[in-house]
Design a protein around this ligand. Structure first.
Ligand code: GLU
Length: 506
């Protein structure tokens, strides 16, 4: 499908905590859509709910996208001519539009206190503030004009409610779900504005901003689908039908097993992050693990997320951002939820680690070595990475897998010792030391020729020699080819390790 006019989409998070991975996917789909159609992607911070505001959440969101490489064309931290992009800085704008709706008779002022409302809800099981009940409530429609004015003049707090006409068919055009029809009678007269903090609620601010920021497509999570009919009505109430955005409600991310929405608890239980970066909640002290800190590459996360709820129409899996952009198409999004395949994410990460150069991975590994007080030239680290990266799924696995290149074993794995260190091993390893000592060219080939020649000449079993050799050098029975390891370690270090093993294990 081709679109006419300017494509403008937005990601509009509320800074109420760390950004869930589902939010990252929403932003990614908006990004791909904007890139594909040469449009613009905005970042708008929806911070009008002061009770749910969390310190540091916005910074977290911005840093997450920076790490992931999702860039915004307009918005907070970027600028643009439709700002400000923090809703908390747009108070006066919303007030103007609240007055406009009141003036048109599309909204009204309600004085009911929270106590009065909960009283009603207690009394009537399915109480809904709407056309059928608003006459019995305390609002500018039910009270005499003078009384309402006097209440406001007297400083009484109020809210502004949307006056929803009953029994009207509302049509929502959704690119993923087709046309969704809802009867207006199921909706309640939503609160649009509160005098207590002089702030709009999500619904009003969201619609006013989408309109003023000329948003052409609203691509967001399925959890917002129930709000869409109300949003259509608001567009109509303002008389903005002609510029109403097209909706696309993305499928939910579901638990890897069982049913229901993916949650932090699933991640904690099964051992995968549900957030892009680590986060420590300033209020509860709770910790949230992040993909970055767990050793994932941003490219892998993006490729993986792109396929959680969308497919390119074939079975291609490894897709770079440049490949994804032309392929991306909202009509290939599934309607039903996507089971979060965290194991597949590890597979993607493994693939992307292999695609990266040894130099790039080595650069990521240098700080880890530093943290262990290991100071080695980058060149040596690059060689180690070349040998080892095929064995890891996460960057964080590098240390455990590679540390024997940098620190000699402090103890020897008991099981391996029992199996591999024979009665004559100490003697053989002492002999091996003198063979190695005599090698001038301590390269892989140089060692191979000398050691294999010696083994053959002496009639030893290659396995017996090499297994004991490995135990002495690595401390256990794992690792790449022995001469690959020892050529990195060098002659001196190799001899030191052999000597120590003989001393301890004899
Ligand atoms: N502020 C809402 C959120 O936190 C935005 C929903 C929308 O995109 O309309 O997700």
């Amino acid at each position: 499908m081709m679109f006419e006019g300017n494509i403008r989409v937005r990601f509009a998070p509320s800074p109420t905590g760390p950004l869930h991975i589902g939010g990252v996917r929403t932003a990614l789909y908006n990004y791909l859509f904007a890139r594909k159609y040469g449009g613009k992607l905005l970042l708008r911070i929806e911070d009008t709910d002061t009770h749910r505001f969390v310190q540091g959440a916005e910074e977290y969101i911005v840093e997450s996208f920076k790490w992931l490489g999702i860039n915004f064309d307009e918005g907070v931290n970027v600028g643009g001519d439709k700002g400000p992009y923090h809703q908390s800085e747009r108070k006066e704008i919303y007030k103007k539009y609240v007055r406009l709706l009141l003036g048109k008779g599309k909204a009204y002022i309600a004085f009911d206190t929270p106590e009065e409302l909960s009283e009603k809800r207690k009394k009537f099981a399915n109480f809904q503030y709407d056309a059928s009940t608003r006459e019995c409530m305390r609002n500018s429609l039910s009270l005499p004009k003078e009384e309402a004015e006097a209440l406001i003049a007297g400083g009484q707090q109020y809210v502004v409610r949307f006056k929803i006409e009953p029994n009207v068919e509302i049509h929502v055009h959704d690119m993923i779900r087709g046309e969704v029809t809802v009867n207006s009678s199921v909706l309640d007269d939503k609160v649009l504005y509160k005098s207590s903090d002089q702030l709009p609620t999500y619904h009003l601010a969201n619609i006013v901003d989408d309109h003023l920021m000329e948003i052409s497509h609203v691509i967001r999570g399925e959890e917002w689908l129930p709000s869409a009919p109300l949003h259509v009505l608001l567009y109509q109430a303002f008389g903005w039908e002609d510029s109403m955005p097209v909706f696309a409600h993305l499928p939910l991310l579901l638990k890897p097993e069982g049913s229901g929405k993916l949650s932090k608890r699933d991640g904690d239980r099964l051992g995968f992050p549900v957030f892009p970066l680590e986060w420590h909640d300033p209020k509860t002290g709770e910790s949230y693990s992040g993909y970055r800190e767990a050793g994932y590459l941003p490219e892998a996360i993006l490729n993986f997320l792109a396929l959680q709820g969308w497919n390119p129409g074939n079975d291609q899996e490894l897709l770079s951002m440049d490949e994804l952009v032309p392929l991306f198409d909202l009509s290939h999004c599934s309607k039903s939820g996507a089971k979060y395949d965290y194991k597949k994410c590890l597979w993607f990460n493994h693939q992307y680690i292999q695609q990266k150069s040894d130099e790039d991975i080595a650069e990521c590994f240098m700080p880890v070595l530093m943290a262990h007080a290991i100071n080695v030239p980058l060149k040596k680290v690059v060689t180690v990475i070349g040998m080892m990266k095929g064995r890891i799924n996460l960057l964080n696995e590098l240390w455990e897998n590679c540390k024997f290149f940098f620190v000699p074993p402090t103890d020897y794995d008991k099981k391996t010792v029992k199996k591999r260190w024979k009665e004559d091993s100490s003697v053989r390893m002492t002999e091996l030391m003198s063979v190695l000592l005599g090698i001038d060219n301590f390269s892989i080939e140089g060692q191979d020729a000398a050691v294999m020649g010696w083994i053959e000449k002496m009639g030893y079993q290659t396995g017996d020699i090499m297994n004991a050799f490995r135990l002495a050098i690595v401390g256990e029975g794992k690792g790449p080819h022995m001469f690959d390891i020892t050529s990195v370690l060098g002659k001196e270090e190799t001899l030191r390790r052999l000597e120590r093993a003989v001393e301890i294990l004899k």
